[in-house]
Design a protein around this ligand. Structure first.
Ligand code: SAM
Ligand code: SF4
Ligand code: SF4
Length: 365
C-alpha cells in the first residue's frame, strides 16, 4: 500500500448512523465547539510516518515492508509550518499538544521543534517507543518538553521482541524510561496495548514492575485503527478483565478523572503503590467527551482517529494563505465535527465490510 491509498470512501452504514446535522454549531460563549458541544482541547501532531519498530498491532511487517511508500520528505510539514498551525490552535482553545508519529524521535532535530512549541502556553508531551530516549531525553527536556509517554507491551524480553517484531530488547526501553525520569520528564506514562493471546500474560509482570515507581502504567484495548493490523474483536481484552486480573493480586479502587475528557479510567492501589489507568476505546467509548484533533505528518487535519478523510491545511499554507484564512478553516472543520466512531462501532460490534481507515502510524496515536 502506498501513502495515497490510505483513505477509502466513507461507508453508507457509518453515514446512516450519524445524526442529521443542521447549521454550524453556534457556541453561546464564543468558544469553539463542535456539533456535539465538545471543545477543541488537545492537538496531536504527527511528525513522521516512519518507525524503527513494526508492532504487530500497528505496522505489521507484511504491509510495512521494504516496498512500502512512506511519505517523501517534501510532503512533510516543516517545523515552521507546524508551529504556525499550533499557534492558531492555541488561540482557538487548545491547551495540550502531543507530538507523535510514527516514531517522533526519528524526526531529525525534533528538539528544535519542541523548543519552539514550548514557547506556547500549553502542556507539551510526546509519545515514543522509547528506543531513542537514552540518547535524546536530556535534549528534549532542555528544549522544554514537559512529559513523555512510553509504549511498552511487555516486560518479558521474548514477548516484547515479538510485539515490536524487530527483535528490539526490552532492556533498552527500560533504560530509556529511566533516562527520561532522571531528567524530569515526569510523571511518565507507560502504555501497553493488550492483545489477547499475544501479550496478556504481561499484565501482572508490568503491574508488579511499575508499582511504587511513580510512573503511571496504562493498558490500552487493541483498536481497529487502520486497515492493516487484522483486527478482530476476539483479540480485544476488555479493560474490565485487566482490572480484575490486577485487583486479584493488588486490590484496586477507582478514582476520579483529573479533568473532563480524560481518556484513561484511573485506579489506585489500595496499599498506596500508586495508580494505573485503562483506556477502553473499544468496550467503553468515550466519544462524548472527545476533545482531540490530529494533524498528520503532511498537514491533513483529522477530527477523529477513524475519520474517513482529512482537511488539507498544507495546501492553504503553501498557497500563501494568511493566518486568518487558516484560522477560519480550522474553526469550520471543528464546528462541523460530528465524529463518534467508537460509539457507533460499539453498537455494531464490527466494522462494515469495505470501510476505510487511516493507519495509526500516519495519523499519530
Ligand atoms: N511510536 C510511538 C509509540 O509507539 O509510542 C508513537 C506513535 S504510536 C502510533 C502511539 C500509540 O498508539 C502507542 O502507544 C501505540 O501503542 C498505540 N497504538 C498503535 N496502534 C494501536 C492499536 N491498534 N490499538 C491501540 N493502540 C494502538
Ligand atoms: Fe512504531 Fe509506535 Fe506503531 Fe509501534 S506503535 S509500530 S512504535 S508507531
Ligand atoms: Fe474521539 Fe473518534 Fe476516538 Fe470517538 S472514535 S473518542 S470521536 S477519536
Amino acid at each position: 500500500m502506498n501513502a495515497s491509498a490510505r483513505i477509502i470512501p466513507i461507508t453508507s452504514e457509518l453515514k446512516a448512523a450519524a445524526p442529521a446535522t443542521g447549521a454550524l454549531a453556534a457556541p453561546l460563549d464564543g468558544s469553539l465547539v463542535d456539533l456535539r458541544q465538545r471543545r477543541v482541547r488537545d492537538l496531536r501532531i504527527s511528525v513522521t510516518d516512519r518507525c524503527n519498530f513494526r508492532c504487530v498491532y500497528c505496522m505489521p511487517k507484511e504491509v510495512f515492508d521494504h516496498d512500502y511508500a512512506f511519505l517523501p520528505r517534501t510532503d512533510l510539514l516543516s517545523f515552521e509550518e507546524i508551529v504556525r498551525i499550533a499557534r492558531i490552535f492555541v488561540d482557538q482553545g487548545v491547551e495540550k499538544i502531543r507530538i507523535t508519529g510514527g516514531e517522533p524521535l526519528l524526526r531529525r532535530h525534533i528538539e528544535n521543534l519542541i523548543e519552539q512549541l514550548a514557547k506556547l502556553p500549553v502542556e507539551l508531551t510526546l509519545t515514543t517507543n522509547g528506543s531513542l530516549l537514552v540518547k535524546k531525553a536530556r535534549a528534549l527536556r532542555d528544549a522544554g518538553l514537559d512529559r513523555v509517554t512510553v509504549s511498552l507491551d511487555g516486560l518479558d524480553d521474548a514477548v516484547f521482541r515479538r510485539m515490536n517484531d524487530v527483535d528490539y530488547p526490552v532492556s533498552d526501553v527500560l533504560d530509556g524510561i529511566a533516562a527520561a525520569a532522571a531528567v524530569g520528564l515526569a510523571p511518565i506514562k507507560v502504555n501497553c496495548v493488550v492483545k489477547r493471546g499475544s501479550n496478556d500474560d504481561q499484565i501482572l509482570p508490568l503491574a508488579r514492575h511499575f508499582r511504587n515507581s511513580g510512573h503511571i502504567l496504562r493498558f490500552i484495548e487493541f483498536m481497529d485503527v487502520g486497515a492493516s493490523n487484522g483486527w478482530r474483536m476476539d483479540e480485544v481484552l476488555p479493560s474490565a478483565d485487566v482490572i480484575a486480573c490486577i485487583h486479584a493480586e493488588f486490590p484496586l479502587q477507582a478514582i476520579d478523572a483529573n479533568y473532563h475528557g480524560e481518556v484513561a479510567g484511573r485506579w489506585r492501589y489500595l496499599d498506596g503503590g500508586g495508580e494505573i489507568g485503562v483506556i477502553s476505546s473499544v468496550t467503553q467509548a468515550f466519544c462524548s467527551s472527545c476533545t482531540r484533533i490530529r494533524l498528520s505528518t503532511e498537514g491533513q487535519l483529522y477530527t477523529c482517529l477513524f475519520a474517513q478523510g482529512g482537511h488539507d491545511l498544507r495546501a492553504l499554507l503553501r498557497e500563501g494563505g494568511d493566518d486568518e484564512k487558516l484560522q477560519r478553516l480550522i474553526a469550520n472543520v471543528w464546528r462541523g465535527r460530528d465524529d463518534r466512531y467508537s460509539e457507533i462501532r460499539s453498537a455494531a460490534t464490527a466494522l462494515p465490510q469495505g470501510s476505510s481507515k487511516i493507519e495509526m502510524s500516519y495519523i499519530g496515536g
